[in-house]
Structure formats: C-alpha cells, structure tokens
Design a protein around this ligand. Sequence first.
Ligand code: AHR
Length: 316
Amino acid sequence: MSRFTIVVLFVSSVALFSSAAHADLKDVPVGFSQIGAESAWRTAETTSIQDEAKRRGVDLKFADAQQKQENQIKAVRSFIAQNVKAIIIAPVVETGWEQVLRDAKRKKIPVILVDRGINVKDESLFTTLIASDFVAEGRMAGEWLATNTNGKATIAELQGTTGAAPAIDRKKGFAEAIAAHPDMKIIKTQSGDFTRAGGKEVMQAFLKSPEGKEITAVYAHNDDMALGAIQAIEEAGKKPGQDILVVSIDGVRGAFEAMAEGKLNCTVECNPLLGPAAFDAVEAALAGKELPKKTIVKDERFEQAQAKELLPTRKY
Ligand code: AHR
C-alpha cells in the first residue's frame, strides 16, 4: 500500500476528489455489490449509497449478497455482463477476489471498494478503497478499556465475520492496546458474525462456560453484537455496563441508546455514510483522473457521558 497515496477523509465533507471536471453520472449504469443487511451499520451504508445514487441520477444496480462471497462474485459477473460503467463493492472477506476483478479490469470497468479492504497481489485490480482504519478502531476500544479498568480486565471478545477485514484488524488493534497490561486477558473469543443474534448466542455460551463467572468485560467488534451480548448478560441476571463493562465499534443509534441507559460503556464510531465519497470516486475514475489508492475515513470514540446529548444528532 505504501507505493500509493493515502488520504484521510472527514466524512462530513461531500467533495472528496476535488480539482478538474468530473463525469456526469446521470443515467450511467453502476453496480453495487453489498454484503448483506447483518447490522444497523450495514443498512445505513446501503441507504447512503442508494440515496446518493438517486441524488445524482445514477442507474444503480444493487445486489445484496446475504453475507456470501459467492453471491458477491455472481453479482459482479452480472454487472459486467450488463455493461456497467463502474462497480462498487463492499467485500465480505479479504481473499478470493483476483479472478472476478481480473474480468472487470479486462473490460476496463473501474472497481471502487467501500468499507472493507481486500488482499490481492496486484493492486491494479481495484481503483481505490474508501474505508476506516479498523486497526485504529480496535486500538481505541482497547485503550478505553485499559484506562477505565486500571489495566485489569478478564475479557470476552465477540469477533466479526471470519476472514473479514474489520474482524482481522479490530482484533489486532485491540490486542496491541492491551499488550502492555499483563492483567488484561482475553479468556474467551469467538465469531458472532457481526449480528445481534450471533452476539447474543455466543455471549450466552460464554456466560454458561466454566470461565463465565470470571468475565468482567466484553469487547465486541461491532455494536450489533454488543447489543446482543447486553441481552445475554441481563438474562443471566447481571448488569451490563456495571458488573460487566461493554465496549464496541460502529457508533449506531442503538449503541448511543444503550450508553444513555448505562448498559454500554463506550463505542468507537465507524462512519457508514460513504455514498458521496463513493460516487465522487466513480466520477473521478470515469473522468480518467488518478485516485488515491486508499482514503481513510476518520473515526471518533464516544462514552456514556456524551450519549444523551449526542443521541438526537446521530444520523444512523
Ligand atoms: O465493515 C464494517 C462492519 O461491518 C461494521 O462494523 C459492522 O457493523 C458491519 O457489519
């Protein structure tokens, strides 16, 4: 990645790739392969991209992959067959994209990756990636927990979808943040697939396990799993936010509500409002402009004390 330009995006600004004239996207066919609807975050991202497409008059072809990479690959193949002018992909996992992206490249169709990165040897297979720094998000969550427990916690980790960039990177960032604290240990870790039901089910199993009574904190890779875990903690007769601290990532409205109720302790925002930036990238690519290889969306961390005041201002 170091060979390429990386820029930082503050999502509130609409114009991303400034300077020269952009292509007009009115009636231009563009494919969008979305992962699914596994979380409130994902739904907000879909809405942002669909709304922006409507605003610009784009002929958007939308495909929901139900969290399966094979469905995403089929959708991309179908977009190519329909002669779209650009393809936006939110890739479910990091690997396995070479073949289909080579097909798109052969047809000279620019591919804009949103939200999650991929692992390919030949980075010319995609035009640009617009995403958060997931390692930094995990680090922010871990630092919050270290500071607020004086470096002493017995942690249950709810991982995202196996093989997905945010699951890999958020695990890494959190582990880095707690590494300096010998009394912070992850004693249970499992994937809840980024869903509320998954988070609840895994947390129920954690609490019933022989080590369940030792858990003092939950680190969830997204808010939906944290909200599921909160239900499991309550059903087990404990107080989430007090008996067991809960930290997570996304910053969705449900997380702010849970923080206002004292059940969630901290959330690190991962901004899903990527529609304007994604279509700026499509326009720029179609106008033949050079794009940064990666644009990092800047994120913030929020705590309980801020929740009530900020809740009415949350956009997703
Ligand atoms: O890729 C972003 C992650 O995917 C979000 O944190 C999560 O909620 C979503 O499902």
